[in-house]
Each structure stands twice: as structure tokens, then as C-alpha cells.
Design a protein. Structure first.
Length: 471
């Protein structure tokens, strides 16, 4: 018998039954549904709506179902539409008509809203743990190879040299913000809708606060209409997941390029690469490429879900059945992506020499040379012009900035036409100082501010990350 069928005389068309069925998706909420049901039984007992014996029998039956779900032995009946009706029917098969008292004072509307918040809470905890593991992989690599120097870029052009650890810790910062967003979402999601009924509130004197505390919620929802139709927490979680995937995708893009022999900065291990069915020479960073691709799917899930919400009046609408597929898939995608990227990062082999050669290309120390001129008294704009002319001269000569002779440096200082510049042109100490500033080590060391790439600053940031992560 349909558990909602008293008002209906005709049978449900098979197409309608197939189209409205959600059990294949929402049975992922089974353990959450059972937890909510047990707490609800306790609430019914406190309200005097169940005797102690009835409450005990219902809890025993629900606990038995939980064991079946955990063991994977519960038989799901697609004719029963969703996880809620399946579990209630299974409970009735176990304990008889008493199961019919379980649904007193609640609707599937507040039931599923509660289930989904419980699922969201535990899923966020799992995602937070996976994100922390990814951070630890980056921190470990930074600790092993972090003093290697590579070219930092803007506009995909050589810009300034940075330590590899500094580069990796940038992703740690991104992921730490992701953890913060997950924590914010968890906090807002952690209120109980149970007791809101279908939309107007339960028709019995239920202690919603006691039930919420039993389920580990921080409180109860304040408005029953909002409680059963609110999916802001789903949108928030999808956004947090989508942005985390964007961060992973950026790292995946860099690993893909860095592992190309034309860069040769890193070599991905055989365990995290695949080959070609045609080309025997290929070693492809497929996990990284798939992270990029799956980031697009998760972004699409977020956009699609926001579009789903935009036209819904209060209160619950069946459209909200479609909240779970994008949410479940996106969260599973992020967790799998974090795990595979952590493995890939942990097993990367770094070619320090290739990184250093690349860091020496493109005159990446020019800014440090300009800063050295500023320390000798030139205005930065004049120093910028002078070093630009020195770069052009080095380019014509096929040399580095640190290889320019005194005469060339003095000529460019004099050419600036600035009185201070003219004085510097005659100072024999300036050319050696500029050549020293043009070394990779000096350029890196010169960025000695909080958040900069100077070795001491990076070591402090790495130590702070390790302490935070327990790594």
C-alpha cells in the first residue's frame, strides 16, 4: 500500500512512478534518515505520544535497520519511491503496525531537510580531512624540495624568481581558505528543521530543541516555511566545492605544464600517469587533466542548482528532489580529486637544475636590480627606466644582467639624464652592487617581507603551516 495513498482511488501510471522515484539517489541518506527517526521517536516519547514500550520497540527496529544498511543487506524497493518510504516499510515488516506511529508530527519535507543537513555535516567533515591531507602533501614537498628556485610568472611570462616552497605554499593558502568556507557552511547548516512539519510546524508539543541537541545540531530553524524549503546550505556547499575544484584545477594545470619535457620541472611517477594506446613514448599526467575537466562539471552543478532555486515559491516544491544528484556528485568528485592530487604531489620528482635554468631566463632579477638602484638613491621610476635599458643591452649582447660590464652600466646611468644618476655613473661601487643584486639568490632574498619569498620568510610560513596541520 502506498503510504500516502488514502486520497487516491486510481493507480499510479508507471511512467509517473519511474519519473518521480528517487530511491537510487537518496538512499545515500539512509543512515541520516535513521538517526533522525530515532531522535524523533525520543521526542514523541517525551511529548507523551508514545509509551516507553512503544518508543523502545521503534528504536530497536530502527537500530536493526541501521545494521542492515551498514552491512549493505537492506533490500531497496523501487516501488516505494524514496528512502523514507523504504525505511518505514522495512520497519513495518520488522515490528508490525507500530511502525505507522513513527511519522507522527513530521512530514517528508522536514524529514529530508533534516537528513540532508546531517549528510552535509558529515560530508563537510570528510572533505575537510581530505583537504588537510592535500595541504600536508604540499607542505611535505615544500619541505623536501622547497629551496629550489623557479621563475614566478605573470601573464605567463617570466617575472621574478621565487622559491618552490613559496609557490607550493600559495596553494596551501588557497586550500586553507577552502577549509574555512566549508567550516562556515557547516555552521550555517547545523540547525535542525525537524518539527517544522510539511510547512506550518508540527501539530504536537514537541521539544524541538531537545531533538536538535540529540542530533548534534547547534539549534533549531526559526521559521517552518523557510526550514522545509531552505537549500542555501546546499548552494553554499556547492560553491565551496566548486571553488576548491578551481584551486585544484590551477595546480593541475601547472603540474601538466611542468611535467612537459620542454619545462622539465617535475616528473610525475608511473603510479599517477598513463600511456597512449598508439604512441609508446607518452607519459601523460591524466589525473591532473581529469581534475581540470571535472572542475568544469562541478562548476556546472553549482550554476544549475542556483537556476533550480530561482523560481521556487514557498514552501517545499518537488523540484528540490533535484538538489541531491549535483550535491552528491560534486562532493564525491572533490574528495576523489583531493586524494588523487595528494598522491600525485607526494610522488613528484623535482628537477632543481631545470627550474633554476628557467628562473635565469627572461631577466627575472631585473626588479631586484631596480630596487638596488633605489637603495643607492635613484627614484624608482628612473631606476625602472635604467634597468629596462640594461635589459635591452643584455639582450643585444646575449648575456645576463649580472654579466654586463661596468662601462655599460655607467653609460645607462648617465643616459638617464638625472643628476643623481650622473653621480651614480661615476661611482665604481655601483656596477658590482648591481651585478650582485642580479643573482637569483640575491633577488629571492631581497623580498624579505611577511608573505615574501625570502628564505627566512618562507621557512617561517612553512613552519606555521606544519604546526597548523600537525605535519
Amino acid at each position: 500500500m502506498r503510504l500516502w495513498g488514502g486520497r487516491f482511488e486510481g493507480s499510479t501510471d508507471g511512467r509517473t512512478a519511474d519519473f518521480t522515484r528517487s530511491i537510487e539517489v537518496d538512499r545515500a541518506l539512509a543512515l541520516d534518515d535513521l538517526a533522525g527517526s530515532i531522535a524523533h521517536v525520543h521526542g514523541l516519547g517525551r511529548a507523551g505520544l508514545l509509551s516507553t514500550a512503544e518508543a523502545d520497540a521503534l528504536v530497536a527496529g530502527l537500530t536493526g535497520l541501521r545494521a542492515e544498511v551498514e552491512a549493505g543487506t537492506l533490500a531497496w524497493d523501487p516501488a516505494l519511491e524514496d528512502v523514507h518510504l523504504n525505511l518505514e516499510a522495512a520497519l513495518a515488516a520488522r515490528i508490525g503496525p507500530l511502525a505507522g506511529r513513527l511519522h507522527t508530527g513530521r512530514s517528508r519535507n522536514d524529514q529530508v531537510a533534516t537528513d540532508l543537513r546531517l549528510w552535509t555535516r558529515r560530508t563537510i567533515d570528510a572533505l575537510d580531512a581530505a583537504t588537510a591531507r592535500m595541504e600536508r602533501a604540499l607542505v611535505d614537498l615544500a619541505g623536501r624540495e622547497g629551496d629550489a628556485v623557479l621563475p614566478g610568472t605573470t601573464h605567463v611570462q617570466p617575472a621574478q624568481p621565487v622559491l618552490l616552497a613559496h609557490h607550493l605554499l600559495a596553494y596551501v593558502e588557497m586550500l586553507e581558505r577552502d577549509r574555512g568556507r566549508l567550516a562556515d557552511c557547516r555552521r550555517r547548516a547545523n540547525v535542525s528543521p525537524l518539527g517544522s512539519g510539511a510547512l506550518a510546524g508540527a501539530g504536537y508539543a514537541l521539544d524541538r530543541g531537545a531533538t536538535a541537541r540529540e542530533l548534534g545540531f547547534d539549534g533549531v530553524t526559526a521559521n517552518s516555511l523557510d526550514a522545509v524549503s531552505d537549500r542555501d546550505f546546499v548552494a553554499e556547499l556547492l560553491f565551496a566545492v566548486a571553488l576548491a575544484m578551481v584551486h585544484l584545477s590551477r595546480l593541475a594545470e601547472e603540474i601538466t605544464w611542468w611535467s612537459n619535457p620542454r619545462f622539465g620541472f617535475v616528473r610525475a611517477s608511473d603510479a599517477f600517469t598513463t600511456g597512449s594506446s598508439m604512441m609508446p613514448n607518452k607519459k601523460n599526467p591524466d589525473p591532473a587533466e581529469l581534475v581540470r575537466g571535472r572542475a568544469a562539471r562541478v562548476i556546472g552543478s553549482l550554476a544549475g542548482f542556483l537556476a533550480l532555486l530561482k523560481g521556487l515559491p514557498l514552501a517545499y516544491q518537488r523540484d528540490l528532489q533535484e538538489d541531491k544528484p549535483p550535491l552528491f556528485e560534486a562532493c564525491a568528485t572533490l574528495e576523489a580529486s583531493l586524494d588523487v592530487m595528494a598522491g600525485m604531489v607526494a610522488t613528484l620528482a623535482v628537477d632543481r637544475d631545470a627550474m633554476r635554468r628557467a628562473a635565469g631566463d627572461g631577466f627575472t632579477t631585473a626588479t631586484a636590480v631596480a630596487d638596488a638602484l633605489v637603495r643607492h638613491g635613484l627614484p624608482f621610476r628612473v631606476a625602472h627606466h635604467v634597468v629596462g635599458r640594461l635589459v635591452a643591452a643584455a639582450e643585444r649582447a646575449g648575456s645576463g644582467l649580472g654579466e654586463l660590464p661596468d662601462a655599460t652600466i655607467a653609460a645607462m646611468l648617465a643616459e638617464a639624464g638625472d643628476a643623481t644618476g650622473a653621480n651614480l655613473a661615476a661611482d665604481p661601487a655601483v656596477p658590482p652592487a648591481l651585478r650582485a643584486a642580479a643573482s637569483l639568490e640575491a633577488a629571492v632574498a631581497s623580498c624579505d617581507v611577511v608573505g615574501g619569498t625570502a628564505p627566512g620568510r618562507v621557512a617561517a610560513a612553512l613552519a606555521a603551516a606544519r604546526e597548523r596541520l600537525g605535519a
